[in-house]
Design a protein around this ligand. Structure first.
Ligand SMILES: Cc1cc2nc3c(=O)[nH]c(=O)nc-3n(C[C@H](O)[C@H](O)[C@H](O)COP(=O)(O)OP(=O)(O)OC[C@H]3O[C@@H](n4cnc5c(N)ncnc54)[C@H](O)[C@@H]3O)c2cc1C
Length: 457
């Protein structure tokens, strides 16, 4: 009897899962395996919000497999050792795995291949699983260029890439005789408290959200995605991060709509692939400047704390940071302006901001988080690296009625739109009675400091 292992990582789904499909295709019995990887805990990447989402997602995956006659096999420990142990126990000849892009994933893959081969087993890596276009599949013309460093030419090629079709979910999954630990709970995966407004994880929830997104809001995405109060983005990012939803399926279903909203949405999905292919080629960009600007960042410990707590005195920045701590999520526009405020206005190292985001974001992802932070800080792939977003202008443009600010800052809830926008300009007398801080930094002085420091090198 031929047995193989489908090792789940960031592809926690049964729909459109090339790893699971390949395992089922080449064997009569398959072990759908998830290893609670104690190595990830040591990297500090296991935040409580993502742990809770992961626990939901594993329970949902187990239910989907049980509905097909199978179940999820869970092991706890070093992912390579545990996978090899399961393969040996069940006599599996092949382990199937989705290709990842982080340094951690690359090392895991190398170690797993070496260990399996030493036991005369095989590792098969499926690249077309975590992104629409596999990292490395598109490269610019010219020698020695293994990835695109600029988004627009990448996007042009991305749009005409021949994307694989959607793989149907399996009807049945039959396991060999194999033992399993219990499904992990959030508390066993990470310590610390979760954000109160965290979304539920899992493929079932992902598919429910996908259906309602495609049925209406998608068509208005182009006009509304930057409107902070409208909450008009898909909120699918955590489901994409954990692979509860396949980006390939999402692409095909959004493409079928062929309207301006869908086109704008697909562009964002391409940004996800873009960052993945940058990280795959430059894994060091997770913590080193992609394009060094020789910044001498400010330590600014007190200002950094005010930023984390949503007490900078700039209401739209503070609203964004309070949403992050309440929901473990924020829309793209809020991430941009909060990150620009930290890196360019306060001139604090992007790594500190990225770390704070990773501690809280339920979609926290090395490729998207680190490279977006670098993009905003001007050390990444932005072709205008020295632009500074002014939080007053951003607030007027993307929250003209002050609704977003009032939603997240209860202390300003009694103010009307005009008054909300005036808050940073109030003098001490006018501020009395308002439980809200004065701005921690002067914008003009901060912009001059940034220009001066960047120019100095
Ligand atoms: C400083 C900063 C940090 C970020 N950190 C993360 C992160 O850790 N994880 C993460 O998934 N995204 C991150 N993003 C990208 C983006 O903000 C989020 O993907 C998006 O806000 C998620 O909300 P949504 O699902 O409603 O997105 P939508 O607007 O509905 O977009 C659809 C999908 O496209 C992708 N996408 C959209 N914008 C981007 C982008 N700029 N880069 C890459 N992919 C994008 C996401 O997968 C998203 O789910 C970050 C952006 C910034 C500026």
């Amino acid at each position: 009897m031929r047995v193989s292992v489908a090792l789940f990582t960031a592809d926690l789904r049964v729909h459109d899962n090339p790893v699971l499909q390949a395992a089922l295709k080449d064997s009569e019995r398959v072990v759908p395996l998830f290893v609670v990887d104690t190595g990830i805990r040591r990297t500090g990447f296991a935040g409580p919000n993502r742990a809770a989402f992961l626990a939901d997602s594993l329970a949902d995956l187990d239910a989907a497999l049980r509905a097909r006659g199978g179940r999820l096999v869970v092991r706890v420990g070093d992912v390579v050792e545990e996978t090899c142990r399961v393969a040996a126990e069940t006599g599996a000849a092949v382990v199937h795995l989705a290709g990842g892009v982080s340094r951690y994933a690359a090392r895991r893959e190398d170690r797993l291949r070496a260990e399996l081969e030493s036991g005369r087993r095989e590792l098969r890596v499926h690249e077309a699983s975590l992104t629409v276009v596999p990292p490395g599949a598109l490269t610019p013309a010219g020698k020695d260029r293994n990835h695109f460093a600029v988004f627009t030419p990448y996007f042009r090629r991305w749009g005409s890439f021949s994307v694989r079709g959607v793989v149907p979910p399996p009807d049945a999954v039959r396991l060999p005789d194999v033992g399993s630990a219990g499904l992990p709970c959030a508390e066993s995966l990470a310590s610390g408290s979760t954000s109160p407004g965290l979304p539920p994880g899992g493929e079932s929830e992902a598919r429910r959200r996908l259906r309602s997104w495609l049925a209406g809001p998608l068509s208005a995405y182009g006009d509304r995605h930057d409107d902070l109060a409208a909450d008009a983005t898909s909120r699918l990012s955590p489901y994409l991060h954990f692979g509860c939803l396949s980006p390939v399926e999402l692409l095909h279903r959004a493409r079928a709509q062929d309207n301006p909203g869908a086109h704008a949405f697909l562009r964002q999905l391409a940004w996800r692939d873009f960052h993945h292919q940058v990280l795959a080629a430059r894994p060091d960009a997770a913590d080193h400047d992609y394009r060094p600007r020789h910044d001498r960042w400010c330590p600014a410990a007190k200002e950094f704390e005010a930023w984390q707590d949503g007490r900078t005195g700039y209401p739209v920045v503070d609203a964004a940071m309070r949403q992050l701590s309440h929901e473990g999520w924020m829309p793209g526009r809020a991430r941009l302006l909060a990150a620009s405020f930290l890196t360019k206005t306060l001139y604090v190292d992007w790594r500190a901001g990225a770390r704070h985001f990773l501690d809280l974001l339920v979609d926290g992802d090395v490729a998207n988080n680190q490279l977006n932070w670098q993009w905003v800080a001007g050390t990444g792939t932005d072709t205008r690296p020295n632009r500074v977003l002014n939080p007053l202008v951003q607030a007027r443009r993307y929250d003209p009625q002050g609704e977003y600010v009032r939603r997240w800052l209860p202390e300003l809830r009694h103010l009307d739109a005009t008054a909300v926008h005036r808050v940073p300009h109030l003098d001490a007398a006018a501020r009395a009675g308002l439980d809200y801080p004065a701005p921690i930094v002067d914008l003009a002085a901060a912009a001059a400091r940034f220009r001066e420091r960047r120019r100095a090198d």
